[in-house]
Design a protein around this ligand. Structure first.
Ligand code: SPD
Length: 279
């Protein structure tokens, strides 16, 4: 039988392919096309609308880097909010911090959660944690309308800001996040490839700057996204991401596969081509 390959194509210039061993889920939900398959080398892989979201082999780079720079530098981390993150990897990393009392997770697509719970048990290891408050619903409406107690840390773990996801990256959504963020809280989000999606990365920084006083992008590997170099961004009213809380960083780096305090410091170094030639 001929090899079967799955490809994500970036615009009209680049493709990243994986050899498929076995299909596990292939369905159109109310929101998106969900594919879950087992790939050679990468283990189980989730794609949404043709875009790689996570793989068992390398998901830890992305999830640790989205979560721990904020969780080790926010003054308080008692209450956390995850928007999106249906595979469970972001909530898993948040809940590794014992100071967290509540982690509310708002994911729009119940079918993504169900598929990931069934087929990605190594990624979603915290579904039964009593501190997790999973809500199936629209994260945009949630941050705009809820009267819940404010959060110390908010994480946006969405797909690329293309098509139906653009509402998760606009000023109105960021204002909603600021509305439910504690005064000394931190909002962290994935902010695309600063290399292959440079304009989108810069647009995210600019839009965040219209809402938050302090915006700090940081960089690291995400092997299956874009060209592999990825970015995340912390936004706040003035929290310094370099001010790591000693006990917390020591504890979490001992359990992490990629993240540690040296990675944390180095990740916030801005590459020259972004520093000197922003456009
Ligand atoms: N280019 C894809 C970016 C996807 C970011 N979110 C991934 C979800 C992993 N929990």
């Amino acid at each position: 039988m001929a090899d079967e390959w799955y490809y994500e194509q970036f615009e009209n210039h680049t493709r990243l392919g994986m050899r498929v061993k076995r299909h596990l889920v292939s369905e159109q939900s109310d929101f998106q096309q969900i594919e879950l398959f087992e790939a050679e080398r990468y283990g189980r892989v989730l794609t949404l609308d043709g875009v790689y979201q996570t793989s068992e082999l390398e998901e830890y780079f992305y999830h640790e880097m989205l979560v721990h720079p904020t969780m080790t530098s926010a003054p308080r981390i008692r209450r956390a909010l995850v928007i999106g993150g249906g595979d469970g990897g972001t909530a898993r990393e948040v809940l590794k911090h014992p100071e967290v009392e509540t982690c509310v997770m708002v994911e729009i697509d119940a079918r993504v959660v169900e598929a990931c719970r069934a087929h990605l048990p190594t990624i979603g290891t915290a579904w039964h944690d009593p501190r997790l408050d999973l809500r199936i619903g629209d994260g945009i409406a949630f941050v705009k309308e809820t009267d819940i107690e404010p959060f110390d840390a908010i994480f946006l773990d969405g797909s690329d800001p293309i098509g139906p996801n653009t509402g998760l990256y606009d000023e109105a959504f960021y204002r909603g996040c600021a509305r439910v963020l504690a005064p000394d809280g931190v909002f962290a989000l994935q902010s695309e490839s600063p290399f292959l999606m440079r304009d989108i990365f810069l647009q995210i920084q600019e839009t965040l700057g219209q809402v938050f006083e302090r915006v700090d992008p940081y960089f690291g590997p995400a092997p299956i996204y874009g060209c592999g170099m990825w970015s995340w961004t912390c936004a706040s009213r003035g929290v310094d991401p370099m001010a790591m809380v000693t006990g917390r960083v020591e504890r979490i780096e001992a359990q992490s596969r990629y993240y540690n305090r040296d990675i944390h410091r180095g990740a916030f170094a801005v590459p020259n081509d972004l520093r000197h030639d922003p456009r």
